[in-house]
Design a protein around this ligand. Structure first.
Ligand code: SF4
Ligand code: SF4
Length: 452
């Protein structure tokens, strides 16, 4: 393999964290395949951080592929477009994988829908993404196209992307870090996007840099994906993009960790990358940005990894937003007999799902199917005060104290220990010899505090 020159101010790593088994072998070599036309989609009106989108269509109304079916419901919000041509059904509430109950509109797909399956790979990921066209767009036009396309972060947090790249007079940005780390075990969707659409990734990166005003531009990739670095390199050459190869360590993909590893800057507790002059964006989001600006297409589909020992044929699947998880599982040969747990996302930060009607959203990066062998549950015992959870916390928090405060509903104490800053990465629970469900307790505590 060709050695890649790297040149960036961080040291390519961060303090603490863990090295869980990567488990990428199930899907990393599987080229992106296209999901056949789903019969019906359940499209949630809240797929992002912020206000729900406001529905613009009525039951029985016909919609076309790419049509806006819901408009942004506030400044921090994103419009939603129909991924298929079809007929709108009656709205209802639906529970997302993260447990939130949100309004949803069903769309029954027309048999000849353009946005269904045929040719969609070429339209979405294929073809040329000429970098020469980037000069045609002003920063304001790029921001507007990102906004109109309903793009939100595809790494899981689903923050509206136009807000991220909008120039902020009070907090100027000088660096853009594109997160291609995909540190979560099992997941390989971002990896495949870098391999299969590297020119789109570079184009989207340069467009986001132009919009935000960032002059230093990095794409961070973990050292276990050198083939992705090689794929990106020819398109990055001659541009301002630096490919930053970082250590394979969990949670390298957390924005605080990526920024630290690449720029050497430390985001303060409770702060944002913007506080240190950085915008961070997931690598699959850059593809969506390139598509919105260069091809005028909204975010209607995404790449999802369906993987794990419990699925018959692990795959990376290009699928429309709103498709029920069951259809993705069927497309991948179904569940094996010893399936024990289905997780939306990866095992460290994902959510266990019990209902396979749960739809894919713009932030769904994968489905991990685990078997009885994978999840063998061990008994929880008392804290032995070993301090391992503290030693591994990448945010330098005290997980055991936060979890105890949450368990005892002592919200003042929980706040004192910065429970709100916890990124729920799961390093603490993973390392705890007493099997204390530290993240679950912290997560529950955070939800209960919000309700107060
Ligand atoms: S306390 Fe939060 S941030 Fe720290 S290791 Fe646990 S889950 Fe991760
Ligand atoms: S790792 Fe577990 S047993 Fe050790 S101090 Fe933390 S909570 Fe206690």
């Amino acid at each position: 393999m060709t050695k890649v020159a790297v040149n960036y101010p961080g040291k390519g790593t961060f303090e603490r964290g863990i090295h869980p088994p990567e488990m990428k072998q199930w899907a990393e070599d599987k080229s992106i395949s296209v999901l056949p036309t789903p019969k019906e989609l359940y499209i949630p009106l809240l797929q992002h951080v912020g206000a729900p989108a406001k529905l613009l269509v009525a039951p029985k109304e016909q919609v076309v592929y790419g049509q806006v079916i819901a408009e942004a419901g506030g400044f921090i919000s994103a419009p939603i477009h129909s991924p298929v041509a079809g007929v709108v059904g009656r709205g209802a509430n639906i529970t997302l994988a993260n447990g939130r109950h949100v309004p949803m509109v069903p769309v029954v797909t027309a048999s000849d829908s353009v946005g269904a399956a045929d040719g969609i790979y070429e339209d979405m990921l294929g073809g040329e993404w000429p970098l020469s066209l980037l000069d045609d767009f002003s920063p304001e036009e790029i921001v507007d196209k990102i906004k109109q396309a309903g793009i939100v972060g595809q790494g899981g947090a689903a923050f509206p992307t136009f807000v991220k790249v909008l120039k902020n007079k009070d907090k100027p940005v000088d660096a853009l870090v594109i997160n291609g780390c995909e540190c979560e075990p099992y997941l390989t969707a971002d990896h495949r996007v870098m391999l299969e659409a590297p020119q789109a990734v570079i184009a989207g990166t340069l467009l986001a840099a132009k919009a935000s005003g960032a002059k230093a531009i990095y794409i961070a990739v973990e050292s276990n994906k050198m083939d992705a670095v090689e794929a990106l390199r020819p398109y990055a050459q001659g541009t301002a993009v630096t490919l930053a190869v970082v250590e394979t360590r969990y949670p390298m993909g957390g924005e605080k960790q990526t920024v630290r590893a690449v720029t050497g800057r430390t985001i303060p507790t409770g702060g944002l990358p913007l506080d240190v002059g950085v915008v961070v964006m997931n690598v699959s989001t850059t593809w969506a940005v390139a598509r919105a600006v260069l091809r005028g297409k909204p975010l209607t589909h995404r790449v999802i990894t369906v993987t794990g020992r419990g699925i018959a044929e692990p795959k990376n699947v290009l699928a429309p937003v709103g498709v029920p998880l069951q259809e993705l599982i069927d497309f991948c040969g179904g569940l094996k007999a010893d399936t024990a747990r289905i997780i939306a996302g990866g095992p460290m930060m994902g959510f266990t799902v019990g209902n396979l009607k749960t739809p894919v959203t713009k932030g769904t990066s994968g489905i991990t199917v685990m078997t009885l062998d994978d999840v063998h549950e061990e008994e929880t015992t008392h804290c032995v005060r070993c301090g391992r959870c503290v030693d591994v916390c990448p945010l330098n928090l005290i997980p055991t104290k936060m979890a105890l405060a949450a368990k005892n509903k002592d919200w003042e104490l929980a706040k004192k220990y910065h429970i709100g800053a916890c990124m729920e990465c799961g390093c603490c629970a993973y390392s705890c010899p007493a099997n204390i469900p530290l993240v679950q307790l912290i997560r529950m505590g955070k939800v209960q505090m919000l309700k107060k």
